[in-house]
Write a protein that binds this ligand. Structure first.
Ligand SMILES: C[S@@+](CC[C@H](N)C(=O)[O-])C[C@H]1O[C@@H](n2cnc3c(N)ncnc32)[C@H](O)[C@@H]1O
Length: 304
């Protein structure tokens, strides 16, 4: 229907999940389901497979590595899924470490099907704000309600597009800029236009006090298309019809880690391979590797 917005066509809460960037939330959920069932699992998410099964777009995707004919040799459900499992674990650890004693608020930017509010042993008086588009959050809620899942913290869904005025939505939902907070932008920034990323980083700085923290994922490649034929992108395109390179914003990226450092945050940048080596499992570098430019950035705002 010409001229309608995604929200207007969202009759069953699935819009935004069955196509485009929302589908990537299901991809990560399937990866977490596979990770959960591994004997050497890095992260446990018992909800992940329920999301995968509940969405028509992913109902026939594997949720265990044993369901993949070529198993770990499959670039999508083997190596790429393990990447997401590792990322989940690393950001779980970052969140648990950063919450400390002062933090009472967490903001999940592009939360997708993240179930940290249900899975992690976080202080029960913590509030977790989950920002994503309405269709994604409506689908998530429906699945969690069907499972009678109970969050371990107070959880507040904030349905808003991060290219729109999300600050008003977040503060109206109860977020308090005067209380320390931890923010995660996991698998998000490269989908946003560079102006939206710059605004997001500036805004996180503006909405945080000392003792706050932010972790985000970035892609440093100058030319994303240089990896068009990498096995990860090819397998994702051919096996489940998601062309990640079509979904990523192709414009030049801002230097968000550098911008935060200039604002007084202490930042550190890591490759995923650093953590594969640390945990003794996870992806290692390979030729023509779409993961080569991926970085995980951890930023802390000092107490003033
Ligand atoms: C790859 S998924 C990652 C989800 C989650 N952070 C995780 O790691 O499981 C990307 C998520 O970002 C969300 N997203 C992308 N662009 C967005 C935008 N402009 N506004 C709100 N959410 C957005 C998508 O809907 C999707 O849920």
């Amino acid at each position: 229907m010409a001229g309608t917005t995604p929200q207007q066509t969202d009759v069953d809460g699935l819009d935004g999940l069955d196509g485009g960037v929302g589908l990537t939330a299901l991809l990560v959920a399937a990866a977490r389901a596979i990770e959960t069932h591994r004997h050497d699992s890095l992260a446990q998410d018992v909800y992940a497979e329920h999301f995968v099964r509940a969405a028509p777009a992913s109902a026939d995707w594997p949720v265990r590595i044993e369901q993949v004919p070529d198993g770990d040799d499959n670039p999508l459900w083997g190596r790429f899924a393990r990447y997401f499992g590792l990322r989940t674990r690393v950001l779980d650890d970052f969140l648990l470490r950063s919450v400390g004693t002062n933090v009472r608020q967490v903001v999940l930017l592009g939360a997708g099907l993240d179930t940290r509010a249900f899975r992690l042993d976080l202080p029960s008086d913590l509030v977790v704000y989950e920002i994503d588009r309405a269709g994604v959050l409506a689908f998530k809620q429906r699945v969690l309600t069907d499972l009678s899942a109970a969050p371990k913290v107070k959880r507040v869904a904030v349905p808003v597009d991060l290219r729109a005025d999300w600050v008003t939505a977040l503060t109206t939902a109860g977020f308090d800029p005067d209380v320390p907070s931890v923010w995660l932008a996991e698998g998000l920034l490269f989908y946003l236009p560079s102006g939206a990323e710059t605004y997001l980083i500036d805004t996180v700085d503006r909405l945080t006090t000392g003792d706050s923290a932010l972790a985000f994922e970035a892609k440093l490649e100058k030319d994303l298309l240089a990896y068009r034929d990498s096995s990860i992108y090819t397998a994702t395109r051919e096996q489940i019809g998601i062309d990640l390179l079509d979904l990523f914003d192709r414009g030049p990226r801002p230097d968000s880690a550098g911008d935060l450092t200039a604002k007084g945050w202490s930042t550190s940048m890591h490759t995923p391979f650093d953590f594969s080596r640390r945990h003794g499992r996870g992806p290692l570098p390979e030729p023509n590797d779409a993961l080569e430019g991926n970085r995980w950035v951890f930023a802390h705002k000092p107490r003033r």
